[in-house]
Every structure is written in structure tokens, then in C-alpha cells.
Ligand binder design. Structure first.
Ligand code: SAH
Ligand code: SF4
Length: 340
């Protein structure tokens, strides 16, 4: 039985027409699922009896089971969902002054193998399907009884290693008949898969692009992120420039602050030299320690000094506020702790 959340609107239109129904029925089905949050197909009362019977016979809507959840002192909620084949994926709901954001997982495991990241501890087992991503949003909204206003595609996995499904996912959450989350409220973060950054530039969406940089020289970046040996910094920056030229959008560079690794004033100077003139800003991320690794986060004074140095050298930068530090909120940690 195919999950009804496995279609974008245009795919569902095509499918329903092919099955003898009307294209506009797809919009109605979308509204039932994503706006009215109905999971029982028989309750979709404005659909004809024959369409309801057809859908109920061939489709279902659910597909994720809540395995466990953790709520932190700052109300960050981490959901651990069980997929139909038993794998566990996590989604993190965060409350901000501007709304509610959800951090969504795109793969079981991750093949990029960054040396600081809990998600990379397990090789990619498989890509998530469209419905598995959509249902993280749908179920988190239902479980927390809230409206998600922002989606960050920054959970476990490399989104651009599951490019097609991630793009379809963006369509569904952005659709006026789906979750209706504005493109500018959606962010996709990549470790730097250059061909896909170029494809993303061609797609010309208003979705925000974030690049995990973490180092401003190739030696260090390759040590932290093996992907850098394939797409070194110069190639990566070139693709980002192409993206900016095509979309006229500002790019975010994420930079983890790792104690004694990449957090000196000289590092800040190199970083500002690298990014000067590029329409971008730097998001400094305090590192959440992962017990399997020796890395430690920079202390607060170092974080602040690094931040100030970037500002002084004309680079727009923010220091990310740490959320959910008490509940293993760093990517992959809750799953890593439960996976056998
Ligand atoms: N694979 C994509 C998206 C998921 S990771 C990427 O790498 O961009 C999202 C962000 O979380 C990345 O910037 C990643 O470097 C960062 N991250 C990974 N482990 C972390 C940790 N333990 N503490 C803080 N940030 C972490
Ligand atoms: Fe994968 Fe991103 Fe973690 Fe690197 S940081 S291992 S790309 S999830």
C-alpha cells in the first residue's frame, strides 16, 4: 500500500487523472492531509464515495511511529520516530521568537563521515522517502499541537545525497495546499556536494542554502570532512558563487567552533579573507560534544572573540544560540544512543 504522503501535488494530480479521477481532487486530498490533519481517508467528506473507496483500498497515510521523545528545559523537543522497517530517525522541534522550527532528517545514517558528527558514525543505510520526511513534519505538528513555521533540513544525513526526494519534500511543505511554509522559511544544509549545489542553483527556488564549511583551509577541512578531498574549498566556493549569481540569494556558511582546532583569531582572519565579497553570512555553531569523539566545543569567551573578530573584519556573523543541550539535541545523538 502506497503512502498518500508519497506524492507531490503534481504527481498526485497525474496519478488521480490516470486512475479516472479529477486533477482538482489532488488539492482536496492535500488539504485533508496537511491542513485538516485527517489520517482516516473515509473522513475526507468532500471526496466522492468512489474516490474515498479507491484511496482507502490502495493507500494509507501513517508510517512513522513515535519511539520516544525528550523535552529540554528550553522546550526543545526531540522526537525519535520508528520507520516501517524499524530504523530510527529523529526530528527536533525548537521554539524561537519568530516561530516554531523543525529540523528534519533525510537519510538513515550518513556516508559523508565527518569526524565530529554522531550522524556519520553509521554509514548511510538508505535514503528517506518523501512520505518519511513529510510525516516528520505532520506528526511533529500533531504531537506537539503546534504549527511549524520554519523547516531546517539539517537532521541526520546529507540532503543533497538524497536530492530528488529532498526537492519533492520542499515542494510539499511549500505548497499552498500542503504545509504552506514559505520558501524563505526553509533552509537546506549541505556538506558541499558541488554538482548538487549547481543543480540547486538551476532550480532557482527561494529556499535558503547553508554550507557546512567549518574550516577555511583544505588541510583542516579534509581532516574534519572527508568530502573536502573530492570538492575542495576553491571548488566549493566557486559553486556557491554560481548559486548566488543565478539566484541572487544570500548563502549561509556554518562554522562549528571546535576547541583548539579551528577557533583562533588567525582562523577568524582566514575565514574572513575567504568569504570577503561573497553575499553570505556566517553562522557560528557551538559544538555539542559527542561521547565517541575527542572534540570539545570552544569555550564561551573564545566563541565571542571569534564572532567579534569576524564582525570587526566586515563579515556578517551570528553566534547560534545553543538549544536543547541537555537532551542530546545534536544531530544524530538520540538515535545513536538508541540504535543497537
Ligand atoms: N549533512 C548536512 C546537514 C546535516 S548536519 C551538513 O553537514 O550540512 C547539520 C549541521 O550540524 C552541519 O553544519 C553539521 O556540521 C552540524 N553538526 C554536526 N554534528 C554536530 C555537533 N555535534 N554539534 C553541533 N553541530 C553539529
Ligand atoms: Fe553527514 Fe552532515 Fe554529519 Fe557530515 S555533518 S556526517 S554530512 S550529517
Amino acid at each position: 500500500m502506497q503512502n498518500l504522503c508519497d506524492y507531490t501535488l503534481s504527481e498526485l494530480e497525474a496519478y488521480l487523472v490516470e486512475s479516472g479521477f479529477k486533477a482538482f481532487n489532488a488539492r482536496q486530498v492535500f488539504e485533508w492531509i496537511y491542513k485538516k490533519k485527517v489520517t482516516d481517508i473515509t473522513k475526507m467528506s468532500n471526496l466522492s464515495k468512489s474516490l474515498r473507496a479507491y484511496l482507502a483500498q490502495h493507500h494509507h497515510i501513517d508510517g512513522l511511529k513515535l519511539f520516544t521523545k525528550q523535552v529540554s528545559k528550553d522546550q526543545t523537543t526531540k522526537f525519535l520516530f520508528e520507520l516501517e522497517d524499524g530504523h530510527l530517525v529523529e526530528a527536533v522541534l525548537m521554539k524561537h521568537v519568530y516561530g516554531m522550527s523543525l529540523c528534519v532528517t533525510t537519510q538513515v545514517g550518513c556516508n559523508i563521515g565527518c569526524t565530529f558528527c554522531a550522524s556519520g558514525l553509521k554509514k548511510r543505510i538508505r535514503n528517506l522517502t518523501l512520505s518519511e520526511m513529510v510525516n516528520q513534519v505532520r506528526m511533529s505538528e500533531t504531537l506537539a499541537n503546534t504549527k511549524i513555521t520554519h523547516v531546517v533540513i539539517m537532521g541526520t544525513g546529507e540532503p543533497f545525497d538524497n536530492y530528488d526526494n529532498v526537492m519533492r519534500f520542499i515542494h510539499v511543505i511549500n505548497s499552498p495546499y500542503g504545509f504552506e511554509i514559505g520558501a524563505r522559511h526553509i533552509t537546506v544544509s549541505t556538506s558541499g556536494l558541488v554538482p548538487k549545489i549547481k543543480a540547486f542553483a538551476q532550480a532557482k527556488t527561494q529556499v535558503n542554502l547553508a554550507i557546512s564549511l567549518h574550516a577555511s583551509n583544505n588541510k583542516l577541512r579534509s581532516a574534519l570532512m572527508p568530502i573536502n578531498s573530492v570538492y575542495p574549498i576553491e571548488t566549493l566556493i566557486d559553486s556557491v558563487k554560481t548559486y548566488i549569481a543565478k539566484t541572487n540569494r544570500r548563502v549561509t556558511f556554518e562554522y562549528l567552533l571546535l576547541k583548539g582546532v579551528n577557533d583562533t583569531i588567525q582562523d577568524a582572519d582566514h575565514l574572513s579573507d575567504l568569504l570577503r565579497g561573497i553575499n553570505s553570512y556566517v553562522n557560528l555553531i557551538p559544538y555539542n560534544a559527542v561521547k565517541e569523539f575527542d572534540y570539545q566545543g570552544s569555550d564561551v569567551a573564545t566563541q565571542k572573540a571569534f564572532h567579534q573578530r569576524l564582525l570587526k573584519r566586515g563579515i556578517t556573523a551570528t553566534l547560534r544560540e545553543e538549544k536543547g543541550a541537555d537532551i542530546d539535541a545534536a544531530c544524530g545523538q538520540l538515535r545513536a544512543n538508541h540504535a543497537k
